[in-house]
Design a protein around this ligand. Structure first.
Ligand SMILES: Cc1ncc(COP(=O)(O)O)c(C=O)c1O
Length: 386
């Protein structure tokens, strides 16, 4: 019997347009961090985000790290972060020399629970001079990093109100949220700095890459400076310890072609999510991914949440799908359960702990055909025996 075709989880959608841009880099020899595509991508992403500035990086993690660094966040500082995130968010805080202070997520968006953050701060920080400090650890409260899980913005009105009250900046981890609005506002207007990832599994990719967007002239200038080895002139003159973190023109060439196709990718992602939600609705023991009433989402990933009581478990479902040549995966293991962050300050995690092990992400590449999605759905029903 012929082997069934493999359906991957989330793969890049690359066409001749990306190839043509790459050829242009080769023809002109602009393959490194200098080149027209870098500026073009920065301009396009800033416009889409509703910000004055954008700085392209080699990865989303670098974008987060440089944002923290430029805000002088480092040793002795705490950054509020949802524990339910990809470990890169926490790593960026550690790279800056600071530590995450971990909070829970809301059940209906899987993003940072602002009410729990507010309560945690009320109970555990005290003011000394201009700043607030954790009463148990003595560390300074330095920033809030909400994560736009699956491309859904966090409750930014509530989070910005907290940031204002405590006089701290908001750095949004919008890794998978490019193209989303928050209550009618472009996403870059909802935080001091907003960071994207263009990794291979994201809605648009540059192979690897990331970007910081924001309005503050001095801050964005500093981010660009520090990520370009803090070079003052072409005479090998540098004024601080810098980083070689900038995106290459080759990566930006791919990113520019992808950015033009973003509207189509977003409709595909949303159509795929709606189809799973519709066709899997009512299956016993299975719920859709949350979608809060008050917010849009890019629907970066799609999938299901399985009840604790049902058999097979989330990871057994992934294995069973894999055996039928359909790639499915479980999702983020929270940061407080990860070895490098086991001892950072951590508040109640009841929502995140309750959900993370029950998530199955299903194939959601933008080029997934209706026939392939139908095969995923029918195979899943067969595995769940309904
Ligand atoms: C929530 C989140 N933050 C940060 C990152 C890091 O981005 P990158 O892989 O481009 O460094 C990712 C994705 O990989 C992510 O999903």
């Amino acid at each position: 019997m012929a082997e069934l075709p493999f359906i991957p989880l989330a793969v890049p959608n690359i066409t001749q347009a990306e190839g043509d841009n790459l050829q242009e880099c080769i023809r002109t020899t602009y393959v490194s961090t200098v080149g027209a595509f870098v500026g073009e991508l920065e301009e396009g992403v800033a416009k889409l985000s509703g910000t004055k500035h954008a700085v392209a990086m080699g990865a989303g993690t670098m974008a987060l790290h440089m944002s923290l660094h430029a805000l002088d966040i480092g040793r002795g500082d705490l950054v509020i972060l949802p524990s339910f995130t990809f470990i890169a968010s926490a790593n960026s805080i550690a790279h800056a020399g600071a530590r995450p202070w971990l909070f829970d997520i809301e059940a209906d968006s899987w993003t940072l629970d602002a009410a729990k953050v507010r309560a945690g701060l009320d109970a555990k920080v005290e003011r000394r001079g201009e700043d607030w400090f954790h009463v148990d650890t003595g560390e300074r409260l330095a920033a809030i990093m909400p994560v736009y899980t699956l491309g859904t913005p966090a409750d930014m009105d509530a989070i910005n109100a907290i940031a204002r009250d405590y006089g701290i900046p908001v750095i949004a981890d919008a890794a998978a949220a490019i193209g989303v609005d928050y209550k009618g506002r472009p996403i870059g207007q909802c935080a001091d700095l907003t960071c994207y990832s263009f990794n291979g599994n994201k809605t648009i990719t540059s192979g690897g890459g990331g970007m910081v967007v924001g309005d503050d002239d001095a801050l964005l200038t500093r981010i660009k400076h520090v990520s370009t080895t803090a070079r003052v002139s072409t005479d090998y003159d540098h004024d601080e310890v810098g980083y070689n973190y900038r995106m290459t023109n080759l990566e930006a060439a791919v990113g520019c072609a992808q950015l033009e196709r973003l509207p189509k990718f977003l409709s595909a992602k949303r159509r795929i999510r709606a189809t799973y939600d519709e066709k899997l609705a009512g299956l016993p023991g299975v719920s859709p991914f949350p979608y809060p009433n008050d917010r849009q989402s890019t629907c970066w990933f799609s999938g299901i949440v399985v009840d604790e009581a049902i058999q097979p478990s989330a990871s057994e479902i992934c294995d069973a799908l894999m055996n039928r040549r359909i790639q499915a995966r479980t999702f983020w293991k929270p940061v407080h359960l990860q070895k490098p962050f086991a001892d950072v300050p951590c508040e109640d995690q009841s929502v995140g702990e309750g959900v993370w092990g029950r998530i199955v992400t299903l194939p959601c590449s933008t080029q997934l055909t209706a026939g392939e999605q139908n095969r995923v759905i029918e195979t899943l029903k067969e595995i769940l025996r309904v």
